[in-house]
Ligand binder design. Structure first.
Ligand code: BGC
Length: 349
């Protein structure tokens, strides 16, 4: 028996200590340690949605923790501004570019410019389309985001009149979210369970620049034009637009129907807690930001990045890493968002 437990203890030590040692071993040398001067450039499209603020904070904190220099530029949902900022970054001298494009196809030009300076590019969260030389794509499985919204919707809204919204036409993600959601919702429209007011085509239901006020105005107009309809559900692509849509119902003096969302913004989590918004999607931007920096360092050091898929950007198959989105409801927001520290408990209360 004694012998047995000694063996067990030895085995336990091996099991417990080896992963710990592995976890502590510095995976990459830091700039200070080895005198390398790898500079990471980041170009983000906006800070309007809370998530992009979190992406930025997490990238800067992690790059600095590892000792790498990071230069971040933010465009205010404006392609001309983003182009100029990327040019500035290239002039200043960066070794890798992490680019979340405002305009998916117009940004192919930015990849060309980066490559002229021998700077590899990671398309971050949003895919750069029509580029025949994009190096990597790092995002969530965006079609799955839409599918999760759609599945929640059809599970919750059995039948009746519904409204559909999508994100910005310039953002490839918006198309994927809508495609994913409609793969589940369309059969219920075809079967006659749902009657849609306000249109079903992406271009008809898209929200320019993802602006919540645009979604709110469109919702108000549809409600006014269909005053005799009792709307039971609204597919909203993200929390910002969900907020606008919910305001439109309130302003019209109507009960708020089932409204979906995405991003796990603080305001949305408050609405989910109070029952005003039905669900959101959790995409852990901390994990995405960290993965982007790790990827940038790996590429910058000339090493090969491990990927988990290939995504067609309309021109080539891009080596991709896609993380998993999760559904958040009243039942799990505490555990998933508050306990994990994604949402600050003090701010929620
Ligand atoms: C992102 C969403 C975000 C939206 C508006 C999308 O590309 O994936 O998380 O809500 O842009 O910024």
């Amino acid at each position: 028996m004694k012998k047995f437990s000694k063996i067990m203890i030895a085995a336990l030590i091996v099991l417990l200590v080896i992963p710990v040692l592995g976890g502590c071993a510095p995976s990459e040398p830091t700039a200070q340690e080895d005198g390398k001067t790898l500079v990471i450039g980041v170009s983000l499209p906006t800070q309007r949605e809370e998530r992009w603020v979190k992406d930025k904070e997490a990238m800067v904190a992690y790059a600095e923790e590892l000792g790498y220099e990071i230069k971040v530029q933010i465009a205010d949902a404006d392609q001309a501004q983003q182009t100029q900022q990327v040019e500035n970054l290239l002039t200043q001298g960066i070794d890798v570019l992490i680019l979340a494009p405002h305009d998916a196809s117009a940004s192919a030009e930015l990849i060309k410019k980066a490559h002229e300076e021998n700077v590899p590019v990671i398309s971050y969260d949003r895919l750069v389309t029509s580029s025949d030389s994009l190096d990597y794509y790092l995002s969530f499985d965006n079609e799955a985001v839409g599918r999760l919204q759609g599945e929640y919707f059809v599970d919750t809204v059995e039948s009746g009149t519904i409204m559909l919204f999508a994100g910005a036409p310039t953002d490839n993600n918006a198309k994927l979210f809508f495609q994913g959601a409609m793969s589940v919702i369309q059969p219920k429209i075809d079967s006659g369970d749902y009657k849609v007011i306000g249109g079903t085509e992406f271009q008809q239901v898209a929200t320019d620049n993802w602006v919540p006020a645009n979604a709110q105005n469109r919702a108000s107009n549809i409600l006014t034009a269909n005053a005799d309809e009792d709307v039971v559900g609204v597919l909203a692509p993200n929390d910002g637009t969900a907020g606008g849509i919910i305001e439109a119902f309130k302003a019209a003096g109507l009960a708020v129907p089932v409204v979906t969302g995405q991003d796990s913004e603080l305001a949305a989590v408050k609405r989910i807690r109070s029952g005003e918004q039905a669900m959101t999607i959790f995409k852990d931007t901390r994990a995405l930001a960290k993965a982007a920096i790790d990827m940038a360092i790996t590429i910058g050091n000339g090493d090969t990045v491990e990927t988990n898929g290939m995504v067609d950007n309309g021109s080539i198959e891009v080596k991709s890493v896609l993380l998993e989105p999760k559904v958040v409801t009243q039942d799990n927001f505490q555990e998933m968002l508050v306990d994990s520290g994604y949402i600050n408990a003090d701010e929620l209360n």
